[in-house]
Design a protein around this ligand. Structure first.
Ligand code: SF4
Length: 332
């Protein structure tokens, strides 16, 4: 656990649900329980990875961490203050702390604005003189390794990688401490992905940034995240330092995900956990299974698994897994 002075952002028991259907009378007939009590701490300068399949709740969590959506329950804390309770999510203080970069730069940039105009939008709150704004735009372009002449270009004239650099520059405009990166490279060509990751790593060192990296790409997670957490049906079921998660995954779901990651060398293949074959499909968040939500698919499920939600069991060095396996009887 990080000391309070190292913490830049934390979340306690976040809950989020969405109405799925309404009756003719307008009554809600069902709910998708997308987040079911998610807690995390982000330390200064850290890359915190959020992994999991599509539908696990990663992006919903990212939007709450970025202050875009309000949760139905739980708290987001910034410097000990409750962001949503104190209505800080639209404040300059919060915008100067947390910004988000989305997966698809093509849809996140306004096609009618030049790059320079896009980068000036977040600067408006600072009420800078025109010359200062232009200087900051040039500085931001330099940060993301784009020539100043790009300030006059529209998104339609930029490549996917250049658009993502502009989106990154816009997120950096107010000098935030934290970037929420939602699948920042998955919409890009493979050759461009490595360049964007290299840029992100340089910016982290140069500006002392912290990242929440949301990705389904476990190879990326293994290479860049300091800590990795694995989400399943709206909960973090395992988390810990990245080397421990990849070399000693404790939760059967993490083992299942890692067994499916392609490897390049026999050494990497030897490090993979034994194949864990899940049974069936991921259930809908409108019908979360009782007890351990992974139990209908888990090859190791025991009678207790469908009855009782497993506790978060410490596995040493900051790693934990929510699983009844290895829990002494009576502690569940
Ligand atoms: Fe499998 Fe039970 Fe562990 Fe859930 S708690 S992952 S069902 S062994």
């Amino acid at each position: 656990m990080s000391s309070p002075s190292d913490l830049v952002l934390s979340a306690e028991g976040l809950q989020q649900s969405f109405a799925v259907a309404r009756s003719v009378a307008g009554r809600t007939k069902g709910w998708l329980r997308v987040l079911r009590g998610v807690s995390l701490e982000l330390a200064r300068g850290e890359i915190f990875g959020l992994a999991g399949e599509s539908g696990s709740g990663k992006s919903t969590l990212g939007r709450i961490l970025a202050g875009i959506d309000r949760p139905l329950g739980g708290r987001l804390l910034l410097g000990g203050r409750d962001v949503f309770g104190d209505r800080l999510e639209n404040s300059l203080l919060f915008k100067r702390t947390v910004q988000m970069v989305f997966q698809d730069p093509s849809s996140s940039l306004n096609p009618r604005r030049t790059t320079g105009q896009t980068l000036e939008v977040p600067l408006q709150v600072l009420r800078l003189a025109r010359g200062q704004r232009s200087a900051r735009v040039a500085e931001l372009l330099d940060l993301v390794e784009l020539d100043p002449r790009y300030a006059l270009q529209y998104p339609s004239t930029l490549s996917g990688g250049q658009k993502q650099r502009v989106a990154l520059a816009r997120a950096l405009a107010l000098n935030p401490q934290v970037l929420i990166l939602d699948e920042p490279t998955s919409a890009l060509d493979v050759s461009v992905q490595a360049k964007i990751i290299k840029l992100l790593l340089r910016l982290r060192s140069q500006l002392g940034l912290s990242y929440v990296l949301i990705s389904h790409d476990l190879s990326l997670m293994r290479n860049v995240a300091d800590r990795t957490s694995v989400m399943y049906l709206g909960r973090i079921v395992e988390a810990g330092p990245t080397p421990r998660i990849f070399q000693g995954p404790q939760h059967p779901y993490t083992q299942m995900l890692l067994a499916a990651v392609p490897t390049l060398t026999p050494d990497e293949e030897a490090l993979k956990p034994a194949k864990v074959q899940p049974v069936g499909e991921i259930p809908s968040p409108s019908r979360i299974p009782s007890g351990c939500s992974f139990h209908p698919r888990c090859p190791f499920a025991m009678p207790v698994c469908s009855d009782q939600a497993p506790p978060a069991v410490p596995k040493g060095e900051g790693q934990f897994a929510e699983c009844h396996l290895g829990v002494p009887a009576g502690r569940a």
